[in-house]
Ligand binder design. Sequence first.
Ligand code: PLP
Length: 442
Amino acid sequence: ENLHVISRKHKRTSEEIYHQACQLIPGGVSRNTLFHKPYPHYINQASGCYVTDIEGVQRIDFANNMAALIHGHAHPQIVDAVIEQIRKGTAYTLATEAEVLHAQLLCDRAPGFEKIRFVNSGTEAVMAVIKASRAFTGRAKITKAEGAYHGTYDYAEVSQAANPTNWGDLNQPNSVPLASGTPQGVLNDVIIYPYNDIERTLAILDEHADEIACVLVDPVPHRVGLMPGKPEFIEAIYKWTRKNGALLAFDEVVTFRVGYGGAQQNYSVKPDLTALGKIIGGGFPVGAFAGRSDIMKVLDPRESKLLFPHSGTFSANPVSMTAGRVAMELFDEEAILKLNALTKKAIAQIREAIKIADVPVSITGAGSMFRLHLKSKAPATYREAYQNQETKARVDEMLDYLFYKEKIMMINTLACMFSTVMTQKEIDILSQAFLNMFKQFK
Ligand code: PLP
């Protein structure tokens, strides 16, 4: 236990700080993902794949700020570049070359990225993709997968809370709101399809054939179950969009880590527009959207008729651009191959642990990410992957066991997001921790 306690510099405990936080911030947190019972643990510092809280407890970080840190914490090359930029100022009302250099780097990575624009978050990127699709097609409706998470834009949130009491017939999944007070108009304009189910999805799309601006697809949707989109599913949607004048929009906010050109490089068809975020900011707030030149023209202020006026005080912020560029330069083909191979090795070791402990657990994922499911057969659909209350309670207990006993941080679906600074040592610790946990919770 004491091995993990490396320093005690802070005067106050996490519990004391949280008490103050609750007086000021609803639930004491500005992101619900920070919430942790009985109180969140406040961080003192982090380096590489290790995070130390103010109580001095060090943990291995397999959450990496919800998949946003591809090189772990405080990577020296990113830190140096950022400090240099910060000394020169952090935000101007004029343009910087940092934006153009990052744009070049990203556009060079995927053939579909003919033009790109930067924003401040994945939420904004998805919002911009939806608005650009509407502006280009002149249509209002969008369609997204049941249960999929795409950030917090009203339209993108629809169906995120789909559960057995409200999810409806598979041929007509409900457009259930997430936030109370979501306007009916929003719900009417979001059509829900069942992920990876070609026949039903096409039938649902056909019902709205001339109304759909874009079909939003996450190629490996985390909340749906972290199952890669089947090539034939993606191709069928692509074909449908060609026939019906709609756009294919990928959300690669998380999945861009899967390959040099994101998960889209694994498909024979390419999306018209792509939302990006997380790793492309090198640890700083960022988002971007990229795609076909003719579509992105809706944003061009030189056009006589500007169809989608778009701005943002901190968009293309030079600190984020600099950090992101260095992070993505480091995340080259070789680094990706190495990281994905390490993740594959980790999955193999965890599968071995599952076998030894003889527990009904399965794994889904792609590239440098995976998710555990508390069932022997890996889920193929959102409804199969859905965690009911009982399963969720069990998952929470497991997460607490890993956090407190094994000193391991994960994403709360039981998912791990690897970083390039991880080594065999960390995956050995992780697979041993899982083995201990499987035995404990058998
Ligand atoms: N899209 C996907 C697939 C995501 O996982 C997320 C965030 O987790 C977002 C969009 C929203 O990104 P952000 O949290 O930066 O707004």
